[in-house]
Design a protein around this ligand. Structure first.
Ligand code: PLP
Length: 406
């Protein structure tokens, strides 16, 4: 039997309709979109411009030339932050972000710090939600950028981006959002939501890998990261990946067309899984926000069970756990750590990332496996025995912890 794919935050399969529109540009329509002295180039250019329009339509951008094509959201995040920072004459200033951003934001922030910029992290609550008043309080005279994700890829928490954008604009700051996980699930509109720059990745919305975009509001200038022929309004040189842009455009069109129906379907599927887990398994904890979360995301900790072992037990399902295997040790996810989730709970977490192809039957089959494996793994856990006998594990572990500290 084919493994059921439940890891749609990591990537999504290419939609058959997307592949279909890409095919000619991988075969007969090989023109260079910049070589418009002949019809090969002109047809490639027209295809790219249509893709740009489709992306613009998805996010409510007023003009297609506000869409800069990139190699994916990692590059888009880099271009937004470095592009803005490095064109400041004095190479200094202040950026505000949050600790649960994608590494493309966090590592770029760290890089910019080394270049002399300063970075602040706005506090988040235990659900990962940014505190707007605290965010406002962090703004300084030299702040030039707020970058906060639209939704989180591990815990699914959806940030109040329109309110954040309004705060940024009240203070004449630019607002960038990494909207990779939100697109296709949340209605995002760059004008209504006061967004100046927005990162998109095709492969997270059933498009091809290796292509994405950065929305850059008209009038904003960025220092290019890649110099050359002056493509993409001078902000990103290089011959365009025409098939990729066509695929990105089609994926954006489908995401817009199916937003309402697919979000409703995913929400029902997600809630079926959530209710099944909460009604059939005790000592579980939902990570992320109880209501402000992506339609396709659940993240649960199953106390007294190793997430990795549970994942292995759920044979036939492609899942992801809250632990990251580094060369030295098993580290709990930086996102869960930022939410102050204790290590033991973080290591017992599993992320469920639902998508277009998933069905009620698959969810029900997964629930059976979860129930069976959690029971089996807990039977092997001495701590679980203590918990059942009424020994207070929380205080037990805390006194152990204190003991080590003294
Ligand atoms: C996947 C992802 C990225 C990186 O996108 P790529 O196109 O794979 O470079 C950035 N941000 C978020 C939130 C993501 O989920």
């Amino acid at each position: 039997m084919k493994t059921v794919y439940l890891d749609h935050h990591a990537t999504t399969p290419l939609d058959a309709e997307v592949l279909e529109v890409m095919m000619p540009y991988l075969t007969t329509e090989f023109g260079n979109a910049s070589s418009t002295t002949h019809d090969y180039g002109r047809r490639a250019r027209a295809a790219v411009e249509q893709g740009r329009e489709e992306v613009a339509a998805l996010i409510g951008a007023e003009q297609p030339d506000e869409i800069i094509i990139t190699s994916g959201a990692t590059e888009s995040d880099n271009l937004a932050m470095k592009g803005l920072a490095l064109q400041r004459a004095d190479h200094s200033g202040h950026i505000i972000t949050i600790a649960i951003e994608h590494k493309a934001i966090l590592d770029t922030a760290r890089f910019l710090e080394k270049q002399g910029f300063s970075v602040s992290f706005a506090p988040i609550d235990r659900y990962g939600l940014v505190d707007l008043e605290e965010l406002r309080g962090l703004i300084r005279p030299d702040t030039f950028l707020i970058t906060i994700q639209a939704a989180n890829s591990e815990i699914g928490t959806i940030q109040p981006i329109a309110e954040i954008g309004a705060i940024a604009h009240e203070h004449n700051l630019l607002f960038h959002t990494d909207a990779v996980q939100a697109l296709g699930k949340v209605d995002v509109d760059v004008v209504r939501d006061h967004i100046d720059m927005l990162s998109i990745s095709a492969h997270k919305i059933y498009g091809p890998k290796g292509v994405g975009a950065l929305y850059v509001r008209k009038g904003i200038r960025l220092q290019p990261l890649i110099h050359g022929g002056g493509h993409e309004m001078g902000m990103r040189s290089g011959t365009l990946n025409v098939a990729g842009v066509v695929g990105l455009g089609k994926a954006a069109l489908l995401a817009k067309r199916d937003l309402v129906s697919e979000s409703a379907r995913l929400t029902a599927l997600r809630d079926r899984l959530r209710q099944g887990i909460e009604s059939r398994i005790d000592l579980v904890q939902l990570n992320g926000h109880p209501t402000r979360r992506l339609a396709n995301n659940l993240n649960f900790s199953f106390s007294f069970v190793e997430g990795e072992s549970l994942m292995l037990g759920c044979r036939g399902f492609a899942l992801s756990s809250g632990s990251a295997c580094t060369s030295a040790s098993l580290q709990s996810s930086y996102v869960l750590r930022a939410l102050q989730v204790p290590d033991a709970i973080a290591h017992s977490s599993i992320r469920f990332g639902l998508g277009k192809s998933n069905t009620d039957e698959q969810i029900d089959a997964l629930l059976e496996l979860l129930v069976e494996n959690v029971k089996r793994l807990r039977e092997m856990s001495p701590l679980y025995d203590m918990a059942r006998e009424g020994i207070d594990i929380e205080s037990f572990s805390w006194s152990e912890h204190d003991h080590h500290n003294h």
